[in-house]
Design a protein around this ligand. Sequence first.
Ligand code: BGC
Length: 238
Amino acid sequence: MIETAQAFGVDIGGSGIKAAPVDLTKGDFAEPRLKILTPEVSTPQAVAKIVKQQLDHFEVPESAPVGIAFPAPIKPGQKLDFMANLDQSWIGVDVTEVFSEACPVVVVNDADAAGLAEVQFGAAKGQDGLVIATTLGTGIGTALIYNGVLIPNTELGHIELEGGKGDAERYASSAVRERKELSYKKWAKRLTKYYGLMEKYFNPDLFTVGGGVSRQSEKFLPYVDIKTPIVPAKLRNQ
Ligand code: BGC
């Protein structure tokens, strides 16, 4: 059962849905997280059912603040108009409304949540100027944070790479590395193109790299050849 000083956090991803009570002072899990695989057909109903299961598992009281990190741009009160990695039936849906059936929730973009956490508790703490926090997973997520203030819902994982052949996340995400069985060094070449382009457009002061693969950062980050400092997210995939 979660205590009142805590909140409950859920991270909805293309491969897993992870949830845990969170200690807001420490910026850490208050109990080990529970991960359930994302259903193959990841409709709003199917995903909401899993979130409900997680709330029940941790016996979250109705009064507890619940925050949900979601893999798409989120504008409160507006219907979703873009979805890259979950079922397309999310389009036209008010995401907050879907999850609010069980209890009141706040939904934000997943990379924005991860980026704010890095600035508050992690690798970008105390960093002035522009931080671009990125997450490499099924997709590529980005958060732009300028002097501690988030510019929400940037979708820079979808900038065009490779001469118009498409979207950066289809070329450089962690899922692409796995699918194509690229070595970490080969993948780092793709990441150099990606981060190099972002560097050119935005001139940030720091990049952070999160997502599950950040656990292996020593295998690829030293080979990402750009001028801007680029560091693993301290909170990794949490
Ligand atoms: C989505 C972003 C999300 C990122 C990471 C992208 O495909 O468009 O909204 O932040 O994946 O999940």
